[in-house]
Design a binder for this molecule. Structure first.
Ligand SMILES: *Cc1c(COP(=O)(O)O)cnc(C)c1O
Length: 383
């Protein structure tokens, strides 16, 4: 493949192919077909059946690979389908080191599904390199990072972790959902595998689910592709098109979302009922420096602790513009209560130890007018 010297925003808008060559269509067509005709024996178009190949999905996969600076990308029906596909490359008796603060669904799939298939997991605070070193075992095969973590916004140093994985011949997997390739490119920092819930920022409109894995290694691609098409986790054509369309505006959405998030994080800091604001764009955040070195932005996810459960209830009841709902990354601002939503299946003791308490709220800042968002919060936080 010719090296593509276009800048990020241009790649995002024009995608891998710029336009479809057959018709000149600017918007890549939705090939809504389950199957494809063969002219004769051994005489096909390269497309057989949409679980295996689909042109719209291929355009999306090539575009996401381009944005992450990866060789290949696989598009799945959801972030969890992508993570599940990825975990099936490991065998019973193999061991993984995983960030302790983690999207609840990822924790659940490790604990309630793959543990029964013999995949061993050690959870540790991956922001501390010593912790990772101490967790290494003879059967360790990979390190799985979320950075920033969901919901506590902890930042791991991807490059430093990759020194460990390279030295020990392990795979480094990074869930890049919160940063997106616009702000952070883990493959450039030494990761082997990048994971996304495309449902979030990549799609950006809270209208469809998707998941991605991006890799450089050809053997790994073939293994993952085999599992994906065999198990039927491939993203359908219409969903692929929606994500392609969302990606076109990724950079402008993120710029605006981040600008709003910085203002909101600073506003929250002034509120009596807000006890602590976790936003990596605040200089006092413990991961600020690492993030500044490895990424070009801070994103638009803010978690914050309030003074009481009553305040949580009041905020969730009284917000009018910000919507009380799970998910993140879209143009609409959403507020989530990790304790009973995204992290409902994490045992109470584990949450307590991490700090996912009943006073923690997570805010995904959208592209609305920031003054409207702040007055919405001000009202919900008033006495
Ligand atoms: C949402 C999310 C997932 C799961 O993705 P789905 O598309 O909901 O299946 C994985 N990782 C992170 C960090 C997420 O926020």
């Amino acid at each position: 493949m010719k090296s593509d010297c276009r800048n990020f925003e241009t790649k995002a808008v024009h995608g891998s192919s710029n336009f479809e060559t057959r018709t000149g269509a600017i918007s890549y067509p939705i090939y809504q077909s389950a199957t494809f005709r063969h002219e004769g024996l051994n005489h096909g178009t390269g497309y057989d059946y949409s679980r295996l190949q689909n042109p719209t999905r291929e355009e999306l996969e090539k575009t996401v690979a381009l944005l992450e600076n990866g060789k290949e990308c696989l598009a799945y029906t959801s972030g969890m389908a992508a993570i599940s596909g990825l975990l099936t490359i490991f065998k019973s008796g193999e061991h993984l080191i995983v960030s302790d603060d983690l999207y609840g669904g990822t924790y659940r799939i490790f604990e309630q599904i793959y543990k029964d298939y013999g995949i061993e997991v050690t959870y540790t605070d991956t922001t501390i390199i010593e912790n990772i070193k101490k967790s290494l075992k003879a059967n360790t095969k990979a390190i799985y990072l979320e950075t920033p973590t969901n919901p506590l916004m902890k930042i791991a140093d991807i490059k430093k972790v990759s020194e460990i994985t390279k030295k020990n011949n392990l795979l480094l997997m990074v869930d890049n959902t919160f940063m997106t390739p616009y702000y952070q490119k883990p493959l450039n920092l030494g990761a082997d595998i990048v994971i996304h819930s495309g449902t979030k920022f990549l799609g950006g409109h809270n209208d469809t689910l998707s998941g991605f894995i991006i890799v450089n290694d050809e053997d790994l691609v073939q293994k993952l592709r085999f599992i994906q098409v065999s198990t039927g986790a491939s993203l359908p054509p219409f969903d692929s098109w929606l994500i392609l369309r969302g990606i076109k505006t990724l950079s402008v959405r993120l710029d605006k979302q981040q600008e709003n998030a910085i203002k909101i994080a600073n506003f929250l800091k002034t509120q009596n009922k807000v006890k602590k604001v976790l936003y990596p764009g605040l200089k006092e955040h413990t991961g600020y420096e690492i993030l500044t070195n490895q990424a070009t932005g801070f994103g638009s996810m803010i978690s914050f602790y309030v003074d009481s459960k009553a305040t949580v209830e009041k905020i969730l009841k009284e917000v009018k513009i910000i919507i009380f709902a799970e998910s993140l990354g879209g143009v609409e601002s959403l507020i989530t209560y990790p304790d009973t939503q995204t992290h409902a299946d994490m045992p109470h003791e584990v949450k307590a130890k991490l700090g996912v308490t009943d006073k923690l709220l997570r805010l995904s800042v959208g592209i609305e007018n920031v003054d409207d968002l702040i007055s919405d919060l001000k009202n919900a936080l008033s006495d």
